[in-house]
Write a protein that binds this ligand. Structure first.
Ligand code: SF4
Length: 495
């Protein structure tokens, strides 16, 4: 069984009611180092914010062949034991962390935990996938009809079966064949007995970077995981690029897909990536601070203090304070040590909800007009509770400023979002949300303001948007065909 502690995760969703967005995966791989598994474990630890429910590592060693370990829980609780790590020998390894998609797709089973492994006539291969395949249902039906036997409920397993059906003579070519059939978002890290492979989908929706450690090479979802192992950032894998890396240091770059205009996920800048990562040459922290600056320009308000909803609202709150001149204050303190103590929470503890994770700094709040800066509003339940805590502590006024535009559409590219009907912004205007949350004011950054904060001086190009922003705009860069088949309705011209 997966762990059932709803407040054990980085994001503030203490009730486990889906009132937050979750990146579903992080991937990491290394070749050309002694004890690759230790590097992979450290890399996954640095990527833990991208998925806390389960993780897995596969390594290859000529004497022992492929070895794997897949576990529920944190990397630090599983991949630190010497006895386990000794079962993962070799100089080549990949790993994966994943977030539970329970609620939308049911609880994860161990068989859903990646990396997935396939044995082919030319040798084995393991893959780890970040993203979401939007035609997975159709592919799965086709593959099952043709005799494939699926082991998991994961969309990513389609890639292994498509590789098995390819007639190409080597594994990288089989991967190319397989990924040409796949639609949606994929950043894949894979390995054979001798090669480390990284691929990004043609739009480059999810991130993937290349690094160098000693004589070895690293692939990682984010640069923060390069730092932890002392690796040097080399470059991003480009949208639509496949790199095939051999232990002797060769990095071959292949372009398997028809070129398309890149549409990186703009929400990685707002929320998903770690603030100490670099994306597209920009510091994520600096982008988030700049979002706060834009918010202060777009939605000024008279107040006494600016407080972040920790931790993800912090850089934007700093930017808001710097631009507005209103003092920054830590009006809400996050309990960093929640988690393992309450693996089996009682109903009484569950009902404490948000107070388990966040506490108001009462002495600071009393009598003040407070601006609260948060990263997003999803269902609104947590925002309401935080507002109540602030008012209970004696605040004179509460003004919410949100570092992303209203999230009115679900993501189908690797982020777990509630169904559209459950998103507050899907059915309410900004003013209606303000009344629903019962706050003195509520303002979201505009889509153009967000684009300016990520470095697009002229804002969003409506004809050729520079990023994926479908969860705000409803304009999906890849048609979510599985979801449409299941009844999802795309935005109409009138909306
Ligand atoms: S829909 Fe939103 S969260 Fe999903 S990839 Fe696009 S911008 Fe990112």
């Amino acid at each position: 069984m997966p762990p059932s502690h709803p407040f054990d995760f980085g994001a503030v969703d203490p009730d486990g009611d889906g009132d937050t967005l979750h990146e579903e995966c992080g991937v990491f791989g290394v070749v050309g180092v002694a004890d690759a598994a230790n590097f992979v474990a450290l890399g996954l630890h640095a990527l833990q914010h991208r998925g806390q429910e389960a993780g897995g590592i596969v390594t290859y060693d000529p004497e022992h062949g492929f070895n794997s370990a897949r576990k529920f829980g944190y990397v630090r609780d599983n991949f630190t034991s010497q006895s386990l790590m000794e079962t993962l020998p070799g100089a080549l390894g990949i790993g994966h962390v994943r977030y539970s998609t329970s609620g939308s797709k049911g609880p994860t089973q161990l068989r859903d935990v990646q990396p997935f492994f396939g044995e082919f006539s030319m040798g084995g291969a393991a893959i780890a996938h970040n993203g979401n395949i939007t035609n997975a249902n159709a592919l799965r039906r086709e593959l099952i009809d043709r005799g494939s036997i699926f082991q998991s409920s994961s969309d990513s397993e389609c890639i292994i079966h498509l590789m098995a059906r390819s007639l190409q003579r080597d594994i990288p070519s089989r991967m190319e064949d397989a990924l040409r059939r796949v639609e949606g978002a994929f950043s894949v890290v894979a390995m054979t007995r001798t090669k480390l492979i990284g691929v990004r989908d043609p739009l480059g929706v999810r991130p993937l970077v290349l690094g160098r450690v000693g004589d070895g090479w690293v692939l990682s979802s984010e640069t923060c995981a390069l730092d932890i192992i002392g690796a040097e950032f080399v470059r991003e894998i480009e949208p639509g690029e496949m790199v095939v890396i051999t232990p002797d240091g060769g990095v071959e770059s292949i372009r398997p897909f028809r070129p398309r205009r890149a549409r990186f996920c703009i929400f990685e800048h707002v929320y998903f990536s770690r603030p100490d990562s670099i994306i597209g040459g920009r510091s994520v922290y600096e982008t988030r601070r700049q979002i706060g600056v834009e918010l202060a320009r777009e939605a000024p308000v008279e107040a006494d203090i600016v407080c972040p909803v920790p931790d993800s609202g912090t850089p934007a709150a700093i930017g808001f304070s710097q631009e507005s001149g209103i003092p920054y204050a830590m009006g809400i303190i996050r309990n960093q040590y929640m988690g393992r103590t309450f693996i089996e929470p009682t109903e009484q503890i569950r009902n404490m909800g948000v107070r388990l994770k966040l506490n108001v700094n009462r002495a600071l709040i009393r009598g003040k007009r407070v601006i609260l800066v948060d990263d997003s509003v999803v269902r609104g339940t947590t925002s309401r509770k935080i507002k109540e805590m602030i008012l209970d502590a004696g605040a004179a006024e509460v003004h919410f400023r949100i570092a992303s535009p209203p999230t009115a559409w679900p993501c189908f590219y690797g982020v777990d979002t509630p169904q559209r009907e459950k998103l507050l912004a899907a059915s309410m205007s900004e003013d209606e949300m303000r009344d629903h949350l019962a706050v003195d004011s509520l303002k979201f950054i505009s889509l153009d303001g967000l684009y300016r904060a990520v470095g697009e001086a002229k804002g969003r190009d409506p004809e050729r948007p520079q990023y994926c922003d479908a969860c705000f705009s409803g304009e999906y860069p890849v048609e979510p065909s599985d979801q449409i088949e299941q009844g999802f309705r795309l935005k109409t011209a009138a909306e």
